[in-house]
Write a protein that binds this ligand. Structure first.
Ligand code: UTP
Length: 301
């Protein structure tokens, strides 16, 4: 295996049911819920492009048509916006439109778990390393997490994951890595555990939904038995792959919002709105007033 072969492709799995957001996700993909004015999945696509990814493979499912449409051209809309002189919106839509042929879609026929979703992309990825971005995890920082993973990958090759630190009492909610020797842009991983029992986590570095994986993962996923939650778990196959290939972690210097949870989704909307030049100041004033009145009401109660 050539350990630092260029990473050209990314997989974005969008086939889950999004049950934590029902009823919003009854007829709409959760990946199309908006953070300020763009769908959650757009953030992952922008991050992948920023990191130099040339081709994105979406793993979709029934009722996810809106995602394909979102990444397609809209000539009638562009014509109508141009006629109305809305040039800024036209340029933004044109900027976001992927180059023809640079996105592919494949279907996961049943939501059997993240590991199974990744396995569904095997033929479109082929025999090369690839990035994986979980779209409900949104990077918030000077640059996206995947660009940092690419820096680390350039030094060490092999398999690379994004990590962040959580409070020790939260470790049992996440995939946690055991830390080894430091390298430029990260450290070696000496172990991985999915949702460790309280007090048994080897560190407080959790997997934040960004990965660069070697194609040998597909053979392991093909044989992977169902694990936690009766789903085919990616972490279980990564653990098996770590017996024969190196894994390193890149600690993200920004932060990631988990838009798969209601709390994380609302936090992300607030954080991204506050840093917007057009609405940040107004949002700040409204939020401040809301928080103060909420505190007043709580004190009075
Ligand atoms: P999640 O577990 O957060 O998504 O998976 P979910 O299952 O849709 O959410 P809930 O728990 O029911 O609310 C993270 C990402 O992996 C995708 C999801 O679409 C999401 O983007 N995924 C998950 C798949 O593509 N297939 C699966 O079988 C599971």
């Amino acid at each position: 295996m050539e350990r630092t072969k260029t990473v050209r492709k990314a997989v974005i799995p969008v086939a889950g049911n999004g049950t934590r957001f029902l009823p919003a996700t009854k007829a709409m993909p959760k990946e199309m819920l908006t953070v300020v004015d763009r769908p959650v999945v757009q953030y992952a696509v922008d991050e992948a492009r920023e990191a130099g990814i040339e081709h994105i493979v979406f793993v979709t499912s029934r009722n996810k048509q809106a995602i394909e449409d979102h990444f397609d051209d809209t000539p009638e809309l562009i014509t109508s916006l141009t006629r109305s002189g809305k040039d800024a919106q036209v340029s933004e839509l044109e900027r976001l439109l992927p180059k023809a042929g640079s996105v592919s879609f494949t279907r996961q026929q049943a939501p059997l778990g993240l590991g199974h979703a990744v396995w569904c992309a095997r033929d479109l990825i082929g025999d090369e390393p690839f990035a994986l971005l979980l779209p409900d995890m949104i990077s918030y920082g000077a640059r996206g997490c995947l660009a940092g993973l690419m820096d680390l990958y350039g030094h060490v090759g092999g398999n690379v994951v994004g990590v962040e630190q959580c409070a020790p009492e939260e470790a049992s909610q996440y995939g946690i890595v055991a830390t080894g020797a430091a390298v430029p842009h990260g450290f070696a991983i000496t172990g991985m555990v999915e949702k460790p029992k309280a007090g048994e986590a080897p560190s407080n570095f959790y997997l934040n939904g960004r990965y660069i994986l070697q194609p040998e993962i597909f053979g392991l996923l093909a044989r992977q038995q169902r694990g936690a939650g009766n789903e085919i778990q990616l972490t279980d196959s990564m653990l098996a792959l770590s017996d024969s290939q190196p894994f390193h972690a890149h600690p993200y210097d920004g932060r990631t919002f988990d838009c798969g949870s209601k709390h994380g989704f609302i936090e992300a909307n607030v954080a991204f709105a506050l840093k917007r030049a057009d609405i940040g100041a107004a949002v700040y004033q409204s939020l401040r007033a809301l928080v103060l009145s909420h505190e007043g009401a709580t004190r009075a109660a």
